[in-house]
Design a protein around this ligand. Structure first.
Ligand code: PEP
Length: 246
């Protein structure tokens, strides 16, 4: 099964209109990319980014609400993301699980809302350092997958991102064996739950301190189908070589 690889950039709470020139430069650097490219800017930039960016770069949100409309001050629905030009949304990022106490059930409800709106979803899972040190990594990942991923996904609409919390923004990266162990586990859980079709076509990204210097080694690991990149996605100089390594 050939899975088209995905380089996804998460700008988090960084970027104003001035940063849109980075997207332009990125598109010029990759006119016919050999992988899918996605940028998830802050919500304030989605509309302008999607209008200004050539089609080889998709634009996504970093979160959405589980409801379509309603009295939820400050929140954004999946339909609003689509309306603004997004085609993907990141859900269950560890920063949202921590900052907003999002549970697996919250994430699952958001995934269902996003799928109903026609978005592709990147569902993040990952262990803390203490969970890894207690040898609980696979149990944690399995539990997050069971709780956060609804039954209704397809291989096209679901992307799973393995992001060890202790590797995000820290410069620390698991060993290649550790990454491979978790990605193989995620693949086997997907196949067991959803069957070979969805199980083998779902892309699994690695995220956590991916840089131009480590990207090629990480992308050579079994069942790594791309990366979810935070800090290094903010500049073309860093993100472009990561894309080129895919
Ligand atoms: C992330 O926030 O999803 C992430 C992987 O960040 P960084 O690449 O900066 O570690």
């Amino acid at each position: 099964m050939t899975r088209r690889r995905l380089a996804a950039g998460n700008w988090k709470m960084n970027g104003t209109g001035a940063n849109l020139s980075e997207l332009d430069a990125l598109a010029k650097a990759h006119p016919t990319p050999g992988c899918d490219i996605l940028i998830c800017p802050p919500a304030t930039l989605i509309s302008r980014a999607s209008a200004a960016t050539p089609a080889q770069i998709s634009i996504g949100g970093q979160d959405c609400h589980q409801n379509e409309t309603g009295a939820h001050t400050g929140d954004i629905s999946a339909q609003m993301l689509v309306d603004a030009g997004a085609s993907y949304v990141i859900l269950g990022h560890s920063e949202r699980r921590e900052d907003y106490e999002e549970s697996d059930t919250d994430v699952r409800n958001k995934v269902m809302a996003a799928l109903s709106a026609g978005l592709k979803t990147i569902v993040c899972v990952g262990e803390s350092l203490s969970e890894r040190e207690a040898n609980n990594t696979l149990d944690i990942i399995g539990g997050q997958m069971a709780g956060s991923i609804p039954d209704v996904v397809t291989g096209d609409s679901l992307v799973v991102a393995y992001e060890p919390i202790w590797a995000i923004g820290t410069g620390k990266v698991p060993t290649l064996d550790q990454i491979g162990e978790v990605h193989d586990f995620i693949r086997s859980r997907l196949e067991r739950r959803f069957g070979a079709g969805v199980g083998r076509s779902t892309r699994i990204l690695y995220g956590g301190s991916v840089k131009p210097t480590n990207a090629a080694d990480i992308f050579a690991v079994s069942n790594v189908d791309g990366a979810l990149v935070g800090g290094a996605s903010l500049s073309v100089a860093d993100f472009s070589p990561i894309i080129a390594a895919l």
